[in-house]
Design a protein around this ligand. Structure first.
Ligand SMILES: *[C@@H]1O[C@H](CO)[C@@H](O)[C@H](O)[C@H]1NC(C)=O
Ligand SMILES: *[C@@H]1O[C@H](CO)[C@@H](O)[C@H](O)[C@H]1NC(C)=O
Ligand SMILES: *[C@@H]1O[C@H](CO)[C@@H](O)[C@H](O)[C@H]1NC(C)=O
Ligand SMILES: *[C@@H]1O[C@H](CO)[C@@H](O)[C@H](O)[C@H]1NC(C)=O
Ligand SMILES: *[C@@H]1O[C@H](CO)[C@@H](O)[C@H](O)[C@H]1NC(C)=O
Ligand SMILES: *[C@@H]1O[C@H](CO)[C@@H](O)[C@H](O)[C@H]1NC(C)=O
Ligand SMILES: *[C@@H]1O[C@H](CO)[C@@H](O)[C@H](O)[C@H]1NC(C)=O
Ligand SMILES: *[C@@H]1O[C@H](CO)[C@@H](O)[C@H](O)[C@H]1NC(C)=O
Ligand SMILES: *[C@@H]1O[C@H](CO)[C@@H](O)[C@H](O)[C@H]1NC(C)=O
Ligand SMILES: *[C@@H]1O[C@H](CO)[C@@H](O)[C@H](O)[C@H]1NC(C)=O
Ligand SMILES: *[C@@H]1O[C@H](CO)[C@@H](O)[C@H](O)[C@H]1NC(C)=O
Ligand SMILES: *[C@@H]1O[C@H](CO)[C@@H](O)[C@H](O)[C@H]1NC(C)=O
Length: 839
């Protein structure tokens, strides 16, 4: 254990942008006793830009940064103590004896720090690099223990997906534009690509699909294939292989290599077209990873057009890749997006198993079916996809999302591994045998040769990569888990915090508290009991809009009416979805008595007054959970403030800004969801909180000059349904009120709307004394990267807070708003919060 005085030696750290993420190699405090490090690095028999070469340079760089000590790098064996990095076989030939390592699997490594020399030996070059990163991670955390162990990955496929478009935008990306593409072309400058490769390699990721699953066939043009060569050259030194997403209809689009009349996967012309394309790519990228295909889904073309099976479609590409050793990832996200809610038995959750029914065993052996963790789409909580149990003679991978599409878009802190673990640790009891999802995807349960995982990451050009410093823990943890799914999310988080911020125990404890409470909090203030996230699924996927979850063709339904809510997915009276699970699981979900509360509305259609195992009714649970979740989020900025001076000011400020935003937006969520269901059910909150806001002054009830009331839609995203907007888009408005609250000191919150397309300015005075000013420019400046809105709604609703404002009864509050662009300085309410009150 490190002493307290050790930490007192930390001063204010220099500003950091976040670009180095967890690979900062911050200097260890001088008070810390260092081990005697070997004086040199031996990178065995390297060629320039090989992973072992990279490993040697990374060790040199890391050790120089952590200890201020410059080690030399040699490429041949040495008799003096050194850090030896290389493959097991190179070690054997260099030192004339095989190292005493246990059997290593592909990409595995051996790390031995027990003797005067350090051995970092990979089964292959990539493994050696992983071992070097592991050793550096120990050193950077001040861990000098003597260890000798082998580490092997859980599965061969540990990939990331990027949903980058060729025009440089990123679908569901919240950290700036693409690092790969611009203006329809692959970028020429690949510095950021190399930096991303380094981050990925440091967490054991070995493949990256660089373009959106909604793919564009012009990526196959000769110019862009040459560009893929540049990307692969940037990834290769880090052992990361490049793959691409394909557009199934490419042969008919005429953008590259002619124009066929069909894309039928059994047509000889189509087969040779794809073989030619594939051979062409491999000529430029000999270690190309393979393809990812989204077919017959959300408007994407696929084999079903020609009455061929999904297996026919997948095998078309698998066969073309096979001679080159490539892999075909085929997404299971296939469903009909025009189903009708009037049909009680219609259910999108049924789609995957139905579409893959009869196809198990029909896929080529280099096909992996890439399955989202739940049957719908990355919701705040879903049951495990039953397709994992259905496919036994086909390799599978789990698809996760690091980018927080439905989970706050990096503007809310949500540490995701605890959510992922609900699925990966789930036992599907196939054939009444233990069948953990993590053992299925790694190939262990059904003896599959391939398998693993893919996470949609969507890093962008922002120096923070994802838009938020704290969200990077999700990327780090994804890699750690893909290597070993049994790891503990909290322990991973502690390592990440030590590496990313500081070894100071206060920093570690605070970030652990925040992160570990973040997913439960977000679930509490968004969608409870398995009802899904309740975000706006038709527009931004960001803020609340529960009504959007019904009446749509997408099949993301809640079936909420005045008396009841939830999807009846039972076999006995519902959609039959529960019957897709192996018997023991089916029986658990079929019966409401054995269905866990947290998924009750996923499987059952119940009265709002239905009593949960917890004893609460469904509706009161909604109310209580939303108030509890928002209350937890209120503590995030104040917890973070305890770290001032313990981390650099730049990251401290940016994070405080986001956590403050989250605290405000959690109130928007809480009020929208509770008021929506309060209005729908007519059932009062037993604690009388919902619609009752004693500390608010509604803008519409203030004295307005140049402002007018505005009815907000959806109604629940404005307090009392109403906001105010300036009477014209060019003249200022003023809203004022005489305060009737008791004399005292308050935090003053103002809820306003921050629309895309204007940067309104606001000024808040009390008795003509300046309290604060702000500009509604979070969207335009990119300070918040979430999907924007051009309306007054749950996405644009924002709170700004001014702390410790002292007022007297009878004081006059005045807000002036100056509109800009399409944004008419919209205001919802002002709230005066006594210490400890959340309203
Ligand atoms: C470390 O040493 C190598 C060669 O021994 C040299 O090329 C390099 O510039 C040195 N780096 C620093 C930071 O001193
Ligand atoms: C660990 O490395 C040292 C060299 O520093 C070597 O003597 C020792 O045998 C190795 N231990 C094992 C278990 O291989
Ligand atoms: C890359 O460089 C080539 C040659 O200068 C140029 O034609 C092309 O437009 C550049 N591509 C991008 C994306 O900047
Ligand atoms: C095969 O690919 C090459 C590019 O490598 C292209 O020039 C040629 O037109 C293609 N041939 C066919 C038959 O598509
Ligand atoms: C596919 O099958 C449907 C129904 O049997 C038929 O109407 C359609 O013409 C077929 N399409 C093709 C491309 O063969
Ligand atoms: C759904 O079905 C109902 C009843 O058959 C029909 O009235 C309605 O138009 C359908 N909705 C859509 C979107 O097709
Ligand atoms: C059974 O299904 C019908 C619709 O077919 C629905 O109206 C009814 O509420 C369901 N019964 C129960 C007990 O859930
Ligand atoms: C539902 O589960 C409860 C508790 O295990 C059991 O008593 C009940 O018989 C089950 N109901 C049905 C229909 O299986
Ligand atoms: C809802 O409550 C009513 C009585 O108020 C009852 O008749 C009905 O069966 C309940 N529905 C469900 C789905 O439990
Ligand atoms: C952080 O924010 C504070 C107050 O908002 C400001 O005074 C300081 O200059 C900021 N520091 C940096 C590095 O942005
Ligand atoms: C709510 O809005 C209505 C008009 O839409 C207004 O009459 C009423 O005073 C408002 N309530 C409060 C508490 O401001
Ligand atoms: C990057 O993100 C920061 C913080 O969220 C933001 O202030 C900045 O504008 C963004 N920069 C770019 C280039 O996207």
């Amino acid at each position: 254990m490190l002493s307290l005085s050790f930490f007192l030696t930390f001063g204010l750290v220099a500003a950091e942008t976040g670009i180095n993420a967890w690979l900062r190699y911050a200097p260890l405090p001088s008070a810390m006793s260092h081990p005697t490090l070997p004086a040199s690095i031996v990178a065995l028999n390297t060629s320039a830009n090989s992973p072992v070469d990279t490993a040697g340079l990374e060790l040199q760089k890391g050790i120089s940064s952590i200890f201020g000590k410059n080690l030399t790098i040699a490429s041949h064996s040495s008799t003096s103590a050194s850090i030896v990095v290389g493959t097991v076989s190179e070690y054997a030939s260099a030192y004339g004896q095989s190292p005493k390592t246990p059997q290593l699997e592909n990409d595995g490594f051996w790390l031995n720090t027990t003797g005067p020399s350090v051995q970092i030996l990979g089964q292959n070059e990539r493994g050696a690099l992983y071992g070097a990163f592991e050793y550096l991670s120990m050193l950077a955390q001040g861990n000098f223990s003597k260890v000798a162990y082998a580490s092997n990955p859980a599965a061969p496929v540990r990939w990331v997906n990027q949903w980058d478009n060729l025009d440089g935008s990123i679908e569901r990306g919240y950290g700036g534009n693409s690092i790969f593409f611009t203006n329809g072309l692959v970028v020429n400058t690949t510095d950021r690509v190399s930096q991303y490769a380094r981050l990925l390699a440091s967490i054991g990721i070995n493949g990256v699909v660089v373009n959106n699953v909604n793919a564009n066939s012009s990526l196959l043009s000769p110019t862009n294939v040459a560009g893929l060569g540049r990307l692969a050259d940037a990834f290769r030194p880090y052992g990361v292989q490049v793959g691409i997403s394909l557009d199934f209809a490419s042969p008919t689009e005429g953008l590259v290599y002619g124009n066929l009349s069909s894309y039928d996967p059994l047509d000889a012309g189509v087969i040779s077209w794809w073989q030619n394309v594939t051979d062409t790519i491999y000529r430029t990228v000999p270690d190309f990873a393979g393809y990812l295909v989204k077919a017959d889904s959300e408007g994407q073309p696929g084999p079903l057009t020609d009455n061929r099976t999904l297996a026919d479609g997948a095998n078309l590409f698998a066969n073309a890749l096979k001679p080159h050793g490539g892999i075909l990832m085929f997404r299971a996200f296939v469903y009909n997006d025009m189903i009708n809610e009037t049909d009680w038995k219609a259910d999108r959750a049924n789609a995957a198993v139905q579409f893959f029914s009869g196809l198990d065993g029909k896929f080529a052996d280099n096909v992996i079916i890439q399955i989202k963790y739940g049957p719908i789409d990355f919701q705040i909580r879903e049951p495990t996809s039953p397709l994992f149990a259905y496919l036994q003679n086909t390799s599978t991978a789990i698809e996760l999302e690091v980018t927080q599409e439905y989970l706050g878009q990096q503007c809310h802190l949500v540490y995701l591994p605890p959510l992922w673990k609900t699925v990966l640790d789930f036992d599907l009891r196939k054939n009444h045998q233990p069948s953990l999802v993590r053992d299925i995807i790694t190939g262990k349960r059904f003896n599959r040769p391939l398998g693993g995982s893919a996470a949609v990451v969507n890093v962008g050009l922002n120096d923070t990569w994802l838009g938020s410093h704290l969200s990077m823990s999700n990327l780090y943890a994804y890699g750690r888990l893909a290597w070993n799914w049994a790891e503990d999310p909290e322990a991973i988080l502690e390592d990440w915090t030590r590496l990313t911020f500081s070894p100071d125990p206060t920093v570690i404890q605070t970030i652990t508290n925040l992160s570990m409470s973040s997913w439960p909090a977000y679930e509490n203030y968004s969608g409870n009991l398995g009802i899904q996230t309740l975000t706006d699924i038709l527009y931004t996927h960001f803020g609340p809009n529960p009504a959007s979850q019904d009446g749509n063709g997408w099949g993301q339904w809640t079936r909420a009416d005045g008396k009841t809510i939830g999807m009846d997915r039972t076999v006995s009276n519902g959609t039959g979805f529960s019957g897709q699970y192996p018997q023991e699981i089916m029986e658990m979900y079929e019966n409401i008595t054995t269905t866990p509360d947290n998924l009750v509305l996923w499987f059952h259609h119940v009265n709002y007054t239905h009593q949960l195992h917890s004893g609460e009714t469904v509706i009161q649970h909604f109310y209580n959970a939303h108030y509890a979740g928002a209350e937890t989020a209120q503590t995030f900025p104040t917890q973070w403030e305890g770290l001032q001076g313990k981390i650099d000011a730049e990251r401290y400020n940016e994070t405080l800004f986001r956590l403050t935003y989250q605290a405000g937006h959690s109130i928007v969520w809480r009020d929208a969801i509770t008021r929506f269901y309060h209005n729908l059910s007519g059932i009062a909150d037993s604690q009388s909180r919902v619609t009752h806001h004693p500390w608010r002054i509604e803008a519409e009830s203030m004295k307005l000059e140049g402002y007018m009331p505005y009815t907000v839609s959806p109604f629940e995203t404005a307090s009392n349904n109403t906001a105010i907007v300036t009477s014209s888009n060019s003249t200022m408005g003023t809203a004022s009120a005489v305060l009737t609250f008791p004399n005292g000191t308050y935090d003053v919150g103002v809820n306003f709307y921050d629309l895309l397309g204007g940067q309104s300015k606001f000024n808040l005075n009390i008795n003509n004394d300046f309290v604060g000013q702000w500009t509604a420019d979070n969207v335009e400046t990119g300070r918040l990267g979430h999907a924007p809105s051009v309306y007054l709604d749950g996405h644009s609703a924002t709170r700004v807070t001014f702390r410790n404002v002292t007022i007297k009864k009878g004081d006059r509050l005045e807000i002036t708003g100056t509109p800009d662009g399409i944004e008419p300085a919209p205001l919802d309410y002002v709230v005066f919060l006594p210490k400890g009150v959340v309203d």
